[in-house]
Ligand binder design. Structure first.
Ligand code: CA
Length: 226
């Protein structure tokens, strides 16, 4: 997998590129927008990580050009601006995900893996993990054949995990998908809700399905390993 990193802050670029190489990705770095666009135009990258604030050609312009040229390469935008409006604008211009600086490297890796593995989201109406059954049409949840009553937020959390079975989802990703954009609270709301859902879905069963991935987030899986 070959990744293009467009980032003018040398320290961030070095940290990210060193980390990604340790994860066995091939990484090319462009230090300004013009170079980034030229590289994206010349080479088919599997993923582009794009800083928005760049000298010369601004990140938003690079984003527009890449999207006009190639519809499919996933683009993850790095932004220091926390304004919701600029996030929305970037999604409209074709960014697939964004991360606000400063970010934890582990968070970046989870996002990258999710983007690289993203097929169509799981559209099956019934998701089964071991003896857990989530009917996404009727929003009914059963385990071992017994009906489990969840609140809407608890269901939203379980449904989001179930739409990516076996994949690690970070707390921030969960907050962004299950709570709406206006939610500015702490991501430990996720831990609180995971506890509620576990009490109903996992506690009375020997096989635990909602798994904690240390320092990153959660996944729904019957396998112990990562
Ligand atoms: Ca910058």
């Amino acid at each position: 997998m070959r990744i293009l990193l467009v980032e003018d802050e040398r320290k961030v670029a070095e940290m990210v590129s060193r980390g990604l190489k340790a994860e066995r990705y091939a990484v090319d770095v462009a230090e300004n927008g013009g170079a980034g666009w030229a590289m994206a135009e010349a080479t088919k990258y599997d993923l582009v990580i794009l800083d928005l604030g760049l000298p010369g050609m601004d990140g938003s312009e690079v984003l527009r050009r890449i999207r006009a040229h190639d519809l499919r390469t996933p683009i993850l935008v790095l932004t220091a601006r926390d304004a919701t409006s600029s996030k929305v604008e970037n999604f409209e211009a074709g960014a697939d995900d964004y991360l606000t600086k400063p970010f934890a490297f582990a968070e970046l890796v989870v996002r990258i893996k999710a983007l690289l593995r993203r097929g169509p989201a799981n559209q099956e109406s019934v998701v089964r993990v071991a003896d857990l059954e989530i009917d996404r049409l009727s929003q009914q949840v059963r385990r071992g054949g017994h009906r489990i009553e969840l609140t809407p937020k608890e269901y939203g959390l379980l449904d989001y995990l179930a739409s990516h079975p076996g994949r690690v989802l970070s707390r921030t990703m969960i907050v962004e998908h299950v709570w709406d954009q206006s939610f500015e609270g702490l991501t430990n709301i996720v831990d609180v809700y995971v506890r509620h859902v576990r009490a109903k879905v996992d506690d009375m069963f020997p096989l635990k399905l909602i798994r904690t991935v240390r320092g990153v987030g959660y996944k729904l899986s019957e396998d112990e390993g990562q």
